[in-house]
Write a protein that binds this ligand. Structure first.
Ligand code: PRE
Length: 111
């Protein structure tokens, strides 16, 4: 900020520490949320494999992206970033679904 007085060094460090402590809490929340999301998607993967449904559902993905972009805009988050982030997660989920499907089809072939 151009017109503000420089903060004394100790106060700067305290402010940095305060912000980093919030960032650490938020990062922990993100990890917990992602872990819960992956628990759900693993169940979806098993259900899809059991019923021989395709791992990816592009129409569902298009709806999710549209919805998330809208939420991002409302929250002043870059919608391009939100879309990339969701695509990154979904790509990993689809990879898990494919692994579940191939291990299920191998075990079907053995029995
Ligand atoms: O909803 C599904 O069908 C899922 O498999 C979950 C999920 C997701 O991670 O949200 C992953 C892959 C699909 O292409 C769509 C969505």
């Amino acid at each position: 900020m151009e017109n503000s007085q420089p903060l004394p060094e100790e106060a700067v460090l305290e402010e940095l520490q305060r912000l980093r402590s919030s960032i650490d809490n938020l990062d922990a929340a993100l990890v917990h949320l992602l872990a819960e999301r992956f628990k759900c998607t693993q169940e979806v993967g098993r259900l899809k494999a059991e019923h021989r449904l395709p791992p990816a559902d592009p129409e569902r993905e298009a709806r999710q992206i549209r919805r998330l972009r809208g939420l991002a805009e409302e929250s002043k988050l870059d919608p391009v970033f939100a879309e990339r982030f969701l695509n990154f997660i979904i790509a990993e989920v689809v990879r898990h679904h494919e692994l579940i499907a191939s291990s299920m089809s191998e075990s079907r072939a053995r029995n």
